[in-house]
Design a protein around this ligand. Structure first.
Ligand code: FAD
Length: 509
C-alpha cells in the first residue's frame, strides 16, 4: 500500500511512526514543508521564555526503509483522479491512500504597515514554528520592549516568557478580559494583577491598528484607540486557521477545516483522509495535540483492522447530567510565575437545564482565585489562578471523576489548607486506568508495566509509552510513579529504595 502523508508535524510524524510499526505492507512518502525533523511544537513558547533549548524539542523520528521523508518539500497539487501528489520540486508521487496532516497557520490580523515585499516587517512575528521561535529569541538581546497581541493561552505564555527575559511587555487584547473563552471577569482581573507583577502591562478592549518602522524594523504600534506604544518586537498570537488551501484546490469539502467523518475519511473521496489541526471531524477540531494523536492512532487501528478500542470517547462520561464532562477539556497556561488552569465549565458558561452549584474564592492581594462547579456529585468545572497545588488536586478530581464532598466549599478549602504538603495527590491512590498523560492518553497501568519491563527514568518511560512527550505537564507524576514502583519493588525484595542521584525508581541489590 502506497501512502502519501502531507505534513511532517506533530500528528503526521506520529501517524507515520504508528503506521509502519503496525502495517508491514505500508510504503510511506512524507512531504514536509519545514526543513526541520519533527519537533514538539507545544514547547515553542518555552523556547521563547528561555526554559527549553531548541534542540531539546526533537521528537523521535521513524527509522524504517519503508518511509521516505522529504524535508523542505511542499505538496503543491493533488490529482485525485490520477491519485497523485505533485511536490514543490516537480516530482509526482502516486498514492493508494492520501493523508492530509497540514496543521494550521497562525492568523495574521490586518495591521497596517506590517507587510513588506519580503514578508513581515523585521521585529514582527507570529509563533507557529521553530523558525519563528528562534527568530524571536535572536531578536531579544537587541530589544527593550515588546507588544504581544492576543491574550489567549499562547499570548499569555509569550508575554510572560518575554517579560522573564527582561523586556517591558504590553499585552493587547480585543476582549474585555484575558482568555475570554475560559475565564470570567474576576479570574481575569486576578490574572491581570499577577501579570503586572511580572512586568506585563495589560490593555484590553483594543487592538493593534498599525505599525511604524525605523530603517525597516518595527519601532512602534498604534492601537485602535489611538494610543502609540514604542516597541522593538510585535508578536501576534491571534489564533490559528486550519491549513486547507491544498485540499480545497483538490475539490475536497472544507469548512473551517478539511471535513472528515468518524472514519477520518473525506466524504468526497474514500482514499483521502485528514488528521490533526487541519481536520474537521464531526465533533469539531480542538486545535490540541491530544485530539490529533488520538486520530492518528484510530486511523492506523482502522487500517490495520486492529480492534483496539483506544478512542478518547471512553474518557467521556455518558450520562444525562454530565454528558458534557469531557475529562480531556483541561486548559493550562505553561508560564512561569503565572498559574492559570481551567477544566470543564469555566468563565461565563450557560447553566441551561442543569443543576449546577458554583463556589468561588478570590484573593486579589496574593493573586489567587479558585472556582469549582459541581453537578450531581461530580466536579464538572474549575478555574484556578495562582495556586498550582489546588489546580493539581482539582485536576485529579476532575479527570478521575471522583465523587465530591457534599459541600463543594471543601473542594477549595481542603487543597488550600494542605498547600504546604509536597505531594497532595498520592499516586498510590490512582487506579491503573487513571490517565496520567492527557496528551497521549497513557494510563497509570501502562507506565507501571513499562517500569516492570525495565524503564527506570522519565525519559525511558517516554520512549516506551510516549507519556510526557506532549505538553510535558505529567512528567513529575511519571517520576512519582517510577519512584513508587521502585519503592514497591524494593519492599518486595526487602531492599531499601535508593536515594540520591541514581535514576528514579532503580533498585540496587
Ligand atoms: C506555540 C504553540 C503552543 C502550543 N501549545 C499547546 C499546548 O499546550 N497543548 C496542546 O495540546 N497543543 C498546543 N499547541 C497546538 C499543537 O502544537 C498542535 O495541536 C499540533 O502541533 C498539531 O499537529 P499537526 O501535525 O496537526 O500540525 P503541525 O504540528 O502544525 O504540523 C503541520 C505540518 O504540515 C506542514 N505543511 C503544511 N502544508 C504543507 C504542504 N502543502 N506540504 C507539506 N507540508 C505542509 C507544516 O509546515 C507543518 O510542519 C501549541 C501550538 C503552538 C504553535
Amino acid at each position: 500500500m502506497k501512502v502519501v502523508v502531507i505534513g511532517n508535524g506533530m500528528v503526521g510524524s506520529r501517524f507515520v511512526d504508528d503506521l509502519v510499526s503496525r502495517d508491514a505492507s505500508a510504503q510511506v512518502t512524507v512531504l514536509g514543508k519545514e526543513t526541520h525533523e519533527p519537533y514538539n511544537r507545544v514547547l515553542l513558547s518555552s523556547v521563547v521564555a528561555g526554559k527549553t533549548a531548541p534542540d531539546a524539542l526533537a521528537t523521535l523520528t521513524t527509522d524504517s526503509d519503508r518511509v521516505r521523508t522529504l524535508l523542505g518539500v511542499s505538496a503543491v497539487a493533488v490529482d485525485r483522479g490520477a491519485m497523485t501528489v505533485t511536490d514543490s520540486t516537480g516530482d509526482v508521487h502516486h498514492y493508494d491512500r492520501l493523508v492530509f496532516a497540514t496543521g494550521s497557520q497562525a492568523r495574521i490580523p490586518g495591521i497596517q504597515g506590517i507587510a513588506t515585499d519580503r514578508g513581515l516587517l523585521e521585529g514582527v512575528s507570529v509563533l507557529k514554528d521553530l523558525d519563528d521561535a528562534t527568530g524571536i529569541v535572536a531578536a531579544i538581546p537587541k530589544a527593550r520592549r515588546a507588544v504581544v497581541l492576543g491574550a489567549g493561552v499562547l499570548g499569555l505564555e509569550v508575554a510572560t516568557g518575554l517579560a522573564s527575559r527582561g523586556l517591558a511587555v504590553t499585552l493587547v487584547h480585543h476582549a474585555d478580559r484575558l482568555m475570554e473563552r475560559q475565564l470570567g471577569s474576576a479570574a481575569s482581573s486576578i490574572a491581570t494583577g499577577s501579570l503586572q507583577r511580572l512586568g506585563v502591562t495589560v490593555v484590553t478592549e483594543t487592538s493593534v491598528a498599525s505599525a511604524r518602522d525605523s530603517r525597516g524594523a518595527v519601532k512602534s504600534v498604534t492601537l485602535t484607540d489611538g494610543t502609540e506604544i514604542l516597541t522593538n518586537l510585535l508578536v501576534m498570537c491571534a489564533g490559528t486557521i486550519p491549513e486547507t488551501a491544498l485540499a480545497r484546490k483538490a475539490g475536497l469539502p472544507c469548512d473551517r477545516g478539511i471535513m472528515v467523518g468518524e472514519d477520518l475519511a473525506s466524504p468526497a473521496d474514500p482514499a483521502v483522509f485528514a488528521i490533526g489541526d487541519c481536520a474537521q471531524p464531526p465533533e469539531g477540531g480542538s486545535g490540541l495535540v491530544a485530539q490529533g494523536w488520538d486520530q492518528a492512532k484510530r486511523l492506523v487501528a482502522a487500517w490495520t483492522a486492529d480492534a483496539v478500542a483506544e478512542s478518547r470517547v471512553d474518557a467521556v462520561v455518558e450520562s444525562a447530567d454530565t454528558a458534557e464532562l469531557d475529562v480531556t477539556n483541561v486548559v493550562r497556561v505553561k508560564a512561569s510565575g503565572l498559574d492559570v488552569v481551567t477544566m470543564g465549565l469555566s468563565g461565563k458558561f450557560e447553566h441551561g437545564e442543569r443543576e449546577l452549584r458554583a463556589v468561588r474564592m478570590a484573593d486579589p492581594a496574593i493573586g489567587r482565585f479558585v472556582e469549582v462547579v459541581v453537578s450531581h456529585g461530580l466536579l464538572v468545572g474549575a478555574t484556578i489562578v495562582g495556586d498550582k497545588q489546588c489546580a493539581t488536586e482539582l485536576g485529579s478530581m476532575y479527570t478521575r471523576m471522583l465523587p465530591v464532598p457534599s459541600d463543594p466549599a471543601h473542594l477549595i478549602i481542603r487543597p488550600l489548607a494542605n498547600a504546604t504538603r509536597p505531594a497532595a495527590v498520592a499516586v498510590e491512590d490512582m487506579g491503573p486506568d487513571h490517565t496520567i498523560c492527557q496528551c497521549n492518553a497513557v494510563p497509570k497501568g501502562r507506565i507501571e508495566e513499562a517500569v516492570a519491563d525495565g524503564c527506570s527514568s522519565v525519559e525511558d518511560v517516554a520512549r516506551a509509552t510516549r507519556a510526557g512527550t506532549g505538553c510535558g505537564d505529567c512528567r513529575s507524576l511519571v517520576g512519582d510513579i517510577i519512584r513508587r514502583c521502585g519503592t514497591a519493588d524494593a519492599a518486595d525484595q526487602k531492599v531499601p529504595a535508593l536515594a540520591g542521584s541514581a535514576p528514579v525508581g532503580t533498585v540496587e541489590g
